[in-house]
Design a protein around this ligand. Structure first.
Ligand SMILES: [Zn+2]
Length: 436
């Protein structure tokens, strides 16, 4: 069966309205409150005759699943995965209020527009369109909108893993992890990002102790001086520079699109990566100092200091090995390291039927210059699927500027209404081809 004829202008309008309403539901995590978002999505699906199921990992921490059944000839399901929680927003620093869902000059504003209520709505529209047009399916299409991704998924994917493991039995997953770019290093382009792999998080709490006293007579080692030295060593650590095959491909494609020079020389590449934080994150294990706590008065030496580190590891490195090396770098046994959260990175092979379909859809639409493989520097809910060998890709088909991307976990998160339309078209066609 060929593609149904769809009025994409109308779909864009509808998707923008739904996304605006979803952005107005404040699901800041903590505390989350994904229940309202799940109810909102469930109402839309049920209204069109699609059965949904909601489950609470804790009061208010609701995830939602809906399934369009296929006759199964093509194998296991495709999962359209999203999370409905968002990170907090410093509302005084935004140009438009973060939970306004306001549209101005063709741009829709709100926390979650990119990460990742926008994609959740593309997935919702895809399921609605398959149903509206009675597209016959060869495999199930599962829409899964989960809670608590931003706080590591204890009330989301970890809960599902324990209580609803059958939802992890799939052939393919599409989720967050990579955006397309309409600009790279100040040059215009149209490249759709795809992430078959992501870095593994290691979140740490560092603690030091020392003798308290008067600020006028410090001893050689205080809790704060110890911590300052440890943090300086951790942040200054030049971790190993490693170019993984996906990153090699990223560089080749970016060079082919004329965005960066062709670089054969490893030293030059290293230099370029040092200047571009995104490239650096794809070629090294990284360490960010994310909080520091010590002291309460300018003339009092405190007895304790505490800091947190957000470390991210490239595939191929284990948390255990990294921690041992970090301890050597800090070189002070009096600094204690406590692991808050850690997960080893698990990649998906780049080549697959789904990857080929995505590539073909973009080519047929003439939608840009193809796919830009990358390692997602963050971590996503793909992990539980990848651990089970499910081919999982980060693929959000929006074409963004570098400035747009600063909105992810930053200020002024927004998406153009044209991108919402583009994303609906691309995602629907990908899903149609792999499932219909
Ligand atoms: Zn996200």
């Amino acid at each position: 069966m060929g593609a149904p004829s769809i009025d994409w202008q109308e779909i864009q309008k509808e998707a923008v309205e739904i996304l605006a309403a979803l952005l107005r539901i404040d699901t800041t995590n903590p505390p989350g409150g994904e229940e309202a978002a799940a109810a909102f999505l469930s109402d839309i699906l049920e209204r069109e005759g699609i059965k949904t199921e909601r489950f609470d990992a804790a009061p208010g921490r609701t995830s939602l699943v809906a399934r369009l059944s296929g006759e199964g000839g093509a194998g296991k399901p495709l999962v359209l995965l999203s999370h409905t929680d968002v990170v907090p927003a410093e509302k005084d620093r935004w140009r438009e209020p973060p939970f306004s869902g306001v549209v101005k000059d063709g741009v829709l504003w709100g926390r979650g527009a990119l990460d990742m209520k926008g994609m959740a709505v593309l997935e919702l529209m895809t399921v609605l369109l398959l149903k509206r047009h009675n597209v016959p399916l060869r495999r199930d299409v599962v829409l899964l909108a989960v809670a608590d991704e931003e706080e590591a998924g204890h009330f989301g994917m970890h809960w599902i893993e324990k209580n609803r493991p059958e939802l992890l039995d799939a052939a393919f997953v599409l989720n967050e992890g990579a955006f397309g770019l309409c600009e790279f290093m100040s040059q215009p382009t149209k490249l759709f990002g795809i992430a078959p792999a992501e870095k593994g998080p290691v979140w740490l709490r560092l603690r030091t102790q020392g003798t308290p006293g008067h600020g006028s007579v410090p001893s050689a080692q205080t809790a704060t001086s110890r911590m300052a030295r440890a943090l300086d060593r951790a942040a200054g650590w030049q971790t190993e520079f490693r170019v993984l095959p996906e990153v090699r491909m990223f560089l080749e494609r970016a060079a082919a699109a004329g965005l960066i020079p062709v670089i054969q020389d490893e030293e030059l590449l290293r230099g370029m990566a040092e200047m571009n934080p995104f490239l650096r994150a794809m070629t090294r294990d990284t360490i960010s100092i994310t909080s520091m706590k010590a002291g309460y008065k300018v003339n009092v030496i405190p007895s304790e200091a505490e800091a947190t580190l957000d470390c991210r590891l490239l595939p191929g490195r284990t948390a255990e090995a990294f921690l041992a090396d970090l301890q050597k770098q800090i070189a002070d046994p009096e600094v204690t390291l406590e692991t808050i959260y850690a997960a080893d990175p698990v990649p998906t092979p780049l080549e697959s039927e789904l990857y080929d379909v995505i590539q073909a859809v973009l080519k047929d639409r003439g939608a840009g210059e193809g796919l830009l493989p990358q390692i997602c520097p963050g971590f996503t809910d793909c992990r539980q699927y990848r651990e089970r060998g499910v081919q999982s890709y980060g693929f959000i088909p929006f074409l963004l500027t570098m400035d747009d991307l600063t909105g992810v976990h930053g200020h002024n998160e927004r998406v153009s209404t044209d991108n919402v339309g583009l994303g609906c078209e691309v995602l629907f066609e990908v899903v149609r081809r792999i499932c219909a």
